[in-house]
Ligand binder design. Sequence first.
Ligand code: PGA
Length: 258
Amino acid sequence: MTRKPHVYGNWKLHNTLNASEELAEAIAEGTKNYAEKVNIGVAPVFTSLVNVRRILGEVSHIKLLGQNGYPKPNGAFTGEVSFSLLSDVGCDGVLVGHSERRHLFGETNKLVGEKVESALQTGLEVILCLGESLSEREEGRTWEVVEEQLESAMFHVPPVSREKLIIAYEPVWAIGTGKTATPQQAQEVHALIRGKIRESWLGDAADKVIILYGGSVNDKNAKDLFSQKDIDGALVGGASLKPESFISIIQAASESQQ
Ligand code: PGA
């Protein structure tokens, strides 16, 4: 791995306030020694953000991330939370376009693009999630789908915000299923993503972009995934809910640097 690895945990709809605080505390304590080599982040549910921020401290080696946001700062949008409010409670970044948002809640490429733009304007780091479904892969349309998701979102990234964009390639068929993409399957798509960014941004900026893999990453398969040239870390769901397995993944990322 040539770029500084990033390992981010997506807690999804899990954990009460108490459970979130305990998990944040265990992760903060258990990862201190890796802080220099690995960028670490956690994305709790909205209702735990304030308390997790307090547990982590104002200046922490662990980034606080929202799981989603709405691309308007305020207004008559019942039930939504804006990116500026995430920033207000101390979030450093936010996931955008997670496949569960796209598939369960009908988020389109257009809406995802608007979210990317609004979150970047707020100054948040954006983790843009992309990935094909099983049927799309079986039909040989993986790159067509991922390229379209990428293109429609990148259009909303102004040059000044490029450093705040992280990509997470998460094949839908690998999320929460225990079926990981092989390191080669993931590397192939990561290289295409980086190539596309290089083509659009015309220059070396593409070499700096962090591209994470997500989809059933655990303490057993992380090392092999991290050995690939264009895999710069992981967005971890299930395995980020247990401190031991999340910390082992972070350790694997730090060792991939040596
Ligand atoms: P998983 O989830 O690690 O449980 O597959 C990854 C994600 O959805 O970000």
